[in-house]
Design a protein around this ligand. Structure first.
Ligand code: C5P
Length: 410
């Protein structure tokens, strides 16, 4: 078996200025620098005096392989204008952590130190500013901070988080800086083209589980990874995403609303009433075709006579076909998936016609279940189009572009 393709270096070629202001969350900024470098970015760290009370420039230099800037009087830039040079090269400035005081400085246009100075001097149309607040919950909730954050947004900055939970001060509440991976993913999403801006997308993912008795059931090998990758790609593309997930242990992509279900009937009941509030429906779930006609209330025991139990099966509702048959005004644009073991194009086209959907995406089930990579065949009225082997997120983004292109006329 060939090794799976490497996951995408989503920040390849991006130059990021990573600013640190003072706060205990500076320790997470070290991890963030590493994550950004791993994702392919070059990272230029700029630290305030307060940040240097929490973490040293040496640590940040070692992680980014670049000397850190801490002063507007730094003589290294040939024109002695670090505040101008640094932002001219940057694809984005990310300030993490952003303290309450630092946010107040940004809002007032203060420039007493290099970091606020370079934020003020950045070409505002070309160099976006993303800010990850980190502070005690009382400081976050204070009307002054809330007023400043609202103004910061109005001035065009993007505010990431904050998260909620345990705080270094021992209190619990809003104000934690997002985790390094969350900030990295927010930045990756920020750079994705907004092909589905304003669209609402409903996605099913994973297997279903059809109970035989309280401890056993019928299920399948679907991991849910393709559907979750699609949910992430749709959210990155600016869509509002609802993800109806069967029993899988996957993290919910950021910004996605998740509804957990177990059986096909539960998935049906979650999807059908929600369908009309969505513009697109993508059915990636491997829904069990049949379920036991009745569920035993208690665990079926061996009877000692070596007599195996027999089950009567009954057919599950076809969720995709049901949505595809809704009245036109209530029907989202439907995309079906076909997991086959052979003869992909023929089976996918047959599914396209049988279910009455405008697009079916074929993949070879046994070759992709549980894996991080896949290969897709798009079948529709135009013909067939192959999306060659890649990791599932790359394929999901390519599929999003295909869907967005077909949605243009709607
Ligand atoms: O041929 P099959 O019915 O398995 O077609 C697969 C496609 O239909 C997938 O998009 C799957 O999510 C969807 N499906 C469904 N409800 C079912 C069976 C399949 O939505 N009961």
């Amino acid at each position: 078996m060939s090794p799976p393709p490497a996951p995408p270096a989503d920040l390849q070629g991006r130059h990021i200025v990573l600013g640190l202001s003072g706060g205990i969350a500076c320790y997470k900024a070290a991890e963030l620098a590493r994550e950004l470098v791993k994702a392919g970015a070059t990272v230029q760290v700029v630290m305030t005096d307060a940040a240097q009370q929490f973490i040293t420039p040496v640590t940040m230099q070692a992680l980014t392989n670049r000397p850190v800037f801490t002063s507007q009087w730094d003589a290294r830039p040939a024109n002695a204008m670090a505040h101008i040079e640094l932002s001219r090269e940057a694809d984005a400035i990310v300030v993490a952590p952003a303290s309450a005081d630092f946010i107040a400085q940004l809002v007032q246009g203060r420039a007493a130190e290099l970091l606020p100075l370079l934020c003020l001097a950045r070409p505002i149309e070309r160099c976006p500013l993303l800010v990850a607040p980190a502070m005690n919950r009382e400081m976050w909730a204070h009307p002054a901070t809330q007023r400043n954050v609202a103004q910061l947004r109005a001035d065009g900055a993007r505010v990431l988080g904050p998260g909620s939970g345990d705080q270094a001060c021992g209190e619990v509440g809003d104000g934690r800086m997002l985790e390094a991976e969350e900030i990295r993913d927010e930045l990756i999403a920020f750079f994705q083209p907004k092909l589905l801006a304003g669209r609402r997308v409903l996605i099913t993912a994973g297997p279903t589980f059809e109970a035989i008795d309280p401890v056993r059931g019928i299920t399948n090998l679907s991991s849910g990874k393709m559907g979750f990758a699609l949910a992430r790609a749709c959210a990155e593309a600016g869509a509002t995403v609802t993800l109806v997930a069967g029993p899988v242990h996957l993290a919910t992509p950021r910004g996605v609303q998740r509804v957990n279900v177990t059986s096909a009937r539960q998935m049906h009941d979650a999807v059908v009433p929600a369908a009309k509030a969505h513009d697109v429906f993508i059915a990636t779930a491997a829904v069990a075709d049949w379920r036991p006609a009745s569920m035993n209330e208690h665990k079926i025991k061996k009877d000692g006579k070596k007599q195996a139990p027999t089950f009567e099966l009954t057919e599950n509702p076809d969720i995709l076909a049901t949505v595809a048959r809704l009245p036109v005004a209530e029907r989202p644009w439907c995309v079906g998936f076909a997991a086959e073991s052979q003869d992909l194009a023929r089976h996918a086209r047959e599914k396209l016609e049988r279910k009455g959907v405008p697009l079916v995406v074929g993949n070879l089930g046994p070759a992709t279940f549980g894996r991080d990579d896949n290969q897709l065949l798009l079948v529709d009225a135009r013909g067939e189009r192959e999306l060659p082997a890649a990791d599932k997120l790359t394929l999901a983004r390519a599929l999003v572009a295909e869907i967005a292109e077909r949605m243009k006329s709607r």
